[in-house]
Design a protein around this ligand. Structure first.
Ligand code: TXA
Ligand code: MG
Length: 351
């Protein structure tokens, strides 16, 4: 707790995801309009929102999360028509493109409009914009009558929250209100792309993959391999998503991975060992381990949805170390591996 700051009372209000009650939305919108922060559900993860046009309001987000101030936020809108209020003259080509994907889990970088707070963009002249698909998020932005800047509603460095309970675990006493609409759908943050240059650049993998986007946008340029004239998503330099115990991520073929984890964990005598496995491999680990299955290897979106909840479960059980199975980085599993690698303190090959 910050010295000199008494804890806030954090209210949690349940809200129907399909038909959010106007009175509940009005309460949350009133807080946003008065320059306060509110945690709300999106289809990806819960966000911590504030008025994107107010420096003071946006500063409260950084304070509540303990987020480094050089890491810019995503600005959320509730209709395509609002895009030209947050972005400076977006090109018709780009407006047409985002209309295919919005509302949805895709964030696009634009030149910033003057009214958007430089605190939200961390001093950049560009702004990351997204129109979420969740009815509660859309209703809140619309009732607040202004764009809402919102990062994930976790303490900086912790796994993003996929339920209101996760938000409360991290931010109770630090924010006034959480809108609780149950678990989020994708369970992982939006895809972030920059399409301002000749070739599109993937800044953060997410629910929408480059194979989904390439037919419309052309081949992506790998930010890590290409020229570095453009900054990467500044947030990607920080540790993220990390559970409290050190996590070793093992890659290779699935059987080899299990054998390697069994061999490694034999050396952990006396330690409480957590295994992040899959439905297909669960029974291959002895039951003295804390086994948590991500779901079936044949249902990758399901594994993605479960990932952050599983990482938080290991924290609750207080394991001493975690071994996680890796996946081939194809299709949506590239997004899963991106987050697993960020959670990992060590990466090993099973061969
Ligand atoms: O699904 C999501 O995107 C969630 C929900 C709440 O919408 N939000 C979210 O926000 O994940 P956050 O702040 O945790 O992640 C924002 C990412 C960071 O990696 C940040 O560096 C990048 O977007 N970003 C923001 N503004 C940028 C800019 N102007 N240029 C490049 N990257 C930017
Ligand atoms: Mg985040």
């Amino acid at each position: 707790m910050d010295i000199g700051k008494p804890p806030l009372k954090t209210t949690v209000l349940k809200v129907d995801p399909l038909a959010p009650k106007p009175s509940v939305i009005a309460k949350a919108a009133h807080l946003i309009k008065s320059g306060e922060v509110v945690a709300f559900p999106t289809e990806t993860v819960y966000g911590l929102g504030a008025d994107a046009t107010s420096d003071d309001a946006v500063r409260k987000i950084f304070e509540a999360k303990g987020r480094p101030t050089d890491n810019p936020l995503i600005v959320h809108i509730s209709s395509i028509g609002e895009l030209n209020k947050v972005a400076h003259s977006p090109s018709p080509r780009v407006v047409e493109f985002v209309s295919y994907y919005w509302p949805g889990p895709l964030t696009v970088i634009f030149k910033k409009a003057a009214r958007i707070s430089y605190v939200a963009t961390a001093g950049l002249d560009t702004v990351a914009v997204r129109m979420p698909a969740h009815p509660v998020a859309l209703a809140l932005i619309s009732a607040a009558e202004r764009p809402i800047a919102a990062p994930s509603a976790n303490l900086s460095g912790r796994p993003s929250p996929t339920s209101a309970q996760h938000v409360v675990e991290d931010l109770e006493g630090r924010i006034p209100l959480v809108l609780d609409a149950g678990e989020t759908h994708y369970g992982v943050e939006s895809t972030v792309i920059d399409i301002s240059g000749e070739r599109p650049v993937l800044l953060r993998p997410g629910p929408i993959t480059t194979s989904d986007l390439s037919p419309l946008l052309g081949e992506f340029r790998e930010p890590s391999q290409g020229h570095r004239e453009k900054p990467l998503a500044p947030g990607m330099k920080y540790t993220h998503y990390a559970p409290k115990a050190p996590l070793t991520l093992v890659v290779g073929n699935p059987n080899g991975i299990v054998d390697k984890i069994l061999a490694l964990s034999k050396r952990s005598e006396g330690a409480k060992v957590g295994i992040l496995c899959t439905d297909e491999t669960y029974s291959r680990y002895p039951d003295e381990f804390v086994r948590i299955s991500l779901g079936s290897r044949f249902a990758p979106y399901g594994m993605l949805r479960n990932l952050y909840r599983c990482l938080r479960m290991f924290d609750k059980i207080h394991v001493d170390e975690i071994y996680a199975e890796g996946f081939d980085e194809v299709g949506i599993n590239a997004t899963l591996m991106n987050r697993l690698k960020k959670a990992a303190s060590r990466l090993l090959d099973s061969s």
